[in-house]
Design a binder for this molecule. Structure first.
Ligand code: PMP
Length: 370
């Protein structure tokens, strides 16, 4: 009999297996409240539906085809992306949302004793992957007005990653500055997370030819209105893509399911719809800048599909609660440097009008009570 089990009543065996458990502090995704009567401006989704071709591709999908495993290389989707961006299929990697692509990239490229560098205010998943994979990292503080200073990345490192435009600030980095970072970091992989680039940022894609250590990551979740389908992709030199594929096939071969491959392909092939919805969101965002400024908010000049706003007198956390109580969801990050701000996704014009109307009334009521 196992000695540990032989104790008398009330004695329990020491739970030695507990020390073998990997303990991590997980990334906390934004709330996904259910219901149709709320205004959801908290996770940077696109307020417009996916391209009509996506709906057709899904309707035409024969459920019998699900019997078989999907194409592990997601070739149809890879081909569509290669065509759209003028690249070779060997330069394209796809995954289950850009979170999956980024996780694979961390695992593949950040395999050094030197710290990986990223901004202090940025996508909060980066430190989580670093911790999970045991990757050393250091953060580089953004300037007072939330800009990335390329000079901060001029030091020995095991890799660099930053979003462009950055999240949750919305600020974009000019291509010349992205290239500056690459030029000073040719001994490690530099990942540019372009989740929001289609809304006005400058893509690093034109630099791919000159920098074999550049990986550009994008997603279908924002500009292509398909957050629910989970499709992300990366562009890089064939050598980088091959290395990522080797890691992926060592982890989970069949990441992309058949509906995602077909729907993703259909989305990429509809360029006109893509341009139209992106233009609508950009127009709504530019109008939102005027309206919110008039209500007493300030913000970095966003090139993304969200604004990072701060009111001149009302604390962000109070506004967050008031909006939420009225079924308007925005994102609040209770962390140093971000706790005075709310991140507001750009919705439809009607949703934004409802937001301005609520804020106007709330701020006037509060001023009256003061
Ligand atoms: N990068 C950034 C900067 C993001 O804000 C997000 C959205 N949470 C992602 C990547 C991941 O998005 P997805 O996995 O939906 O492609």
């Amino acid at each position: 009999m196992n000695g540990n089990m032989s104790g008398g009543a009330g004695e329990t065996a020491p739970r030695l297996w507990e020390r073998n458990i990997r303990r991590v502090t997980p990334y906390v995704p934004g709330e996904q409240p259910q219901g149709s009567r709320l205004i959801k401006l908290n996770t940077n989704e696109n307020p417009y539906p996916p391209a009509p071709g996506v709906c057709r591709a899904l309707a035409q999908l024969d459920a019998a085809a699900l019997r078989k495993y999907p194409d592990p290389a997601a070739s149809r989707l890879v081909r569509a992306l290669a065509d759209r961006y003028g690249l070779a299929p060997e330069q394209v990697f796809t995954g289950v949302g850009s979170d999956d692509v980024l996780a694979m990239a961390f695992l593949t490229f950040f395999h050094s004793d030197r710290p990986v560098l990223f901004p202090d205010v940025t996508y909060s998943f980066y430190p989580v992957w670093a911790e999970l994979f045991g990757i050393p990292y250091e953060t580089c503080p953004l300037t007072g007005d939330f800009a990335i200073d390329p000079r901060d990345y001029d030091r020995p490192n095991g890799g660099v990653i930053f979003p462009n435009p950055n999240a949750p600030t919305g600020r974009g980095l000019a291509l010349a500055q992205v290239e500056d970072i690459l030029r000073h970091n040719q001994d490690a992989v530099v990942i540019v997370d372009e989740a929001y680039v289609d809304f006005g940022g400058e893509s690093a894609l034109p630099l791919l030819d000159r920098y074999g250590n550049l990986l550009v990551v994008q997603t279908f979740s924002k500009s292509r209105s398909m957050a629910g389908m989970r499709i992300g992709f990366a562009f890089g030199a064939p050598e980088l893509i091959r290395a990522m594929q080797d890691v992926k096939y060592s982890y989970n071969s069949y990441t992309m399911n058949l509906p995602a491959i077909l729907a993703g392909e259909a989305a990429v092939r509809d360029e006109a719809y893509f341009r139209e919805t992106v233009a609508k969101i950009v127009a709504t965002r530019e109008h939102a800048k005027e309206r919110l400024a008039a209500l007493g908010f300030s913000f970095p000049d966003s090139q993304a599909n969200f604004l990072f706003i701060r009111h001149r007198s009302v604390p962000a956390e109070e506004l967050y609660g008031a909006l939420r109580a009225n079924a308007i969801y925005v994102r609040y990050f209770r962390a140093p440097r971000t706790s005075e701000y709310l991140r507001v996704t750009i919705g439809t014009d009607a949703e934004m009008e409802a937001l301005y109307a609520f804020l106007e009334e709330y701020l006037a009521g509060r001023a009256g009570r003061a």
